[in-house]
Design a protein. Structure first.
Length: 382
């Protein structure tokens, strides 16, 4: 019998529990995670693109410097190598010394030859002075003789004129019978004697002048001596040039530092024979360092001279060095390759070329060494 039929109230059914929420499907979770990751990557990628747009970055840059190879300029035995790799040297400091005695002996020989020539020149000048003195004295005597002869001739000329005048008067009187024949003969003889004396005086003038000419030709001896002195002077100048060359050879046997720097490597030892051109050592300047960066050709257009840069050296992590762009290369590095690439097969693979860019460090650091790897970040100037 049912409850309705019995008149009793039916018992209520228990309330149904709410079904728990079903977890999201795996597919939905993956989609949601992908969206979140995409948003994160989009933000980070945007920052990276923004950073690359503001800078030019290179991780294959290197520190560089003027590394000088020192070679011998004279031949001989290397008697001293005064430095070792790693030594710090100052400008003018002795680096190496080549045997100097041969050059010193040659220099002493040249000095002796120059001294001998100077002695010969001194002797010739003494002789030249004596000749000139003698000639001057003789010329004075001969000139006086010429003057005396001319004076005597003038006196004889006066005597001739006086004797001639007296003879003319006597002859006139003799023709008139006023004087004796003896007076006539006497005046004629006097005139004749005066004329002969005048002729002798004139001849004496010619002789005196000839003697003066001969005396003056003695001055040519002094001129000859002067020519000999000039020849010796030319020989002396040639020896002086040889001496300067020999002194330079002697000076080259002491090899000194041209600037402050650090010895990088030595190639010889003391006792070896070296010849001109033999490499002795290499060293670089500690105060003249820079960074060489090979920048992609597609990024060179972003650079300008003076643009600031930051350099991180692999050897000193955490340390940053300030720099600036001081030079932008005018040709790609491939143009300086020892082996050209003519592409004879016709197959071509396009490769981005790189151009050398130099960064000047704002502050020198003695710890930096040429060849060290660095990372360079160059600011783009808009």
């Amino acid at each position: 019998m049912s409850a309705a039929q019995s008149g009793a109230e039916p018992l209520p059914f228990p309330a149904k529990k709410a079904a728990p929420a079903k977890p999201a499907s795996r597919k939905k979770r993956l989609i949601l995670g992908g969206v979140v990751a995409a948003v994160a990557l989009a933000g980070g990628g945007g920052a990276l693109v923004h950073a690359r747009g503001q800078h030019v970055y290179a991780n294959d840059a290197r520190i560089a410097s003027h590394v000088v190879a020192v070679s011998a300029e004279a031949a001989g035995k290397l008697v001293e190598l005064a430095v070792d790799p790693g030594d710090t040297v100052r400008k003018g400091q002795l680096l190496a010394r080549i045997e100097p005695r041969d050059a010193e002996y040659a220099l002493a020989k040249i000095d002796a030859q120059i001294a001998a020539i100077e002695a010969q020149q001194a002797q010739l000048r003494v002789q030249q002075g004596a000749v000139r003195s003698r000639v001057a004295s003789q010329v004075g005597v001969s000139t006086a003789g010429v003057s005396e002869a001319e004076a005597a001739y003038q006196a004889q000329q006066a005597e001739v004129r006086a004797a001639g005048s007296a003879f003319q008067r006597t002859r006139t009187l003799f023709e008139k019978g006023l004087v004796a024949k003896s007076r006539y003969d006497e005046d004629l003889a006097r005139l004749t004697a005066a004329e002969q004396s005048a002729s002798r005086a004139k001849a004496a003038i010619a002789a005196a002048r000839a003697g003066l000419g001969v005396t003056r030709t003695g001055a040519q001896d002094a001129a000859v001596l002067e020519e000999q002195v000039a020849v010796l002077e030319a020989q002396k100048q040639a020896l002086i040039a040889d001496r300067a060359k020999q002194a330079l050879d002697l000076d080259r046997r002491e090899i000194r530092a041209a600037f402050d720097g650090v010895i990088d490597q030595t190639f010889v030892d003391a006792g070896e024979y070296v010849s001109p051109g033999s490499r002795l050592l290499m060293y670089h300047s500690t105060g003249d360092l820079w960074v060489d960066v090979n920048v992609k050709e597609t990024e060179v257009r972003k650079l300008t001279l003076g643009a600031p840069a930051t350099v991180k050296v692999d050897a000193f992590p955490g340390r940053r060095f300030e720099a600036r762009v001081s030079r932008i290369g005018g040709a790609a590095t491939s143009q300086f390759a020892l082996l050209p690439n003519p592409n004879p097969s016709g197959n071509f693979t396009k490769v981005t070329q790189r151009l050398p860019v130099r960064l000047e460090l704002a502050e020198a650091d003695a710890r930096l060494r040429p060849g060290m790897m660095v990372e360079a970040t160059i600011d783009v100037v808009h």
